[in-house]
Design a protein. Sequence first.
Length: 141
Amino acid sequence: MKLKRHSPITTQGRNSGSYAGSTKPNIMAIVKASHRFARISATKVRPFADLIRGMTVEDGLNALKYQPNRGARFIEKVLKSAQANAEDRGARNVERMTIKDARADGGPMFKRIRPMSRGMAFTIRRRFAHIHIGIDVPEVT
């Protein structure tokens, strides 16, 4: 079946084009914060991103507070930044909102050459990480 070009309702899915009841659905937005080119390896940060994913912001900050690792400090700063971004956009009770996206991706590398025995060379890789965190926040209308 061909649809008209400016038709507001499509034929895909059940109840498409209208709400299933008289109330609007709860629209959620993801507020993000990131620290790009963080001077730490992504493998050192990734376990802490896995730790807080799915937690509330308050629980995530409490879990990271008592970790004695440098990677936890990086994640903690980005999580506080995401919390401040959500508050800046008008969200309330940000502590109770869930962390939907927490990941640490590998960034670029500084490569250095170190001389080794018998005329060989060893490459020293100084790694960077891109840390991204997203908080699920209800849309303010």
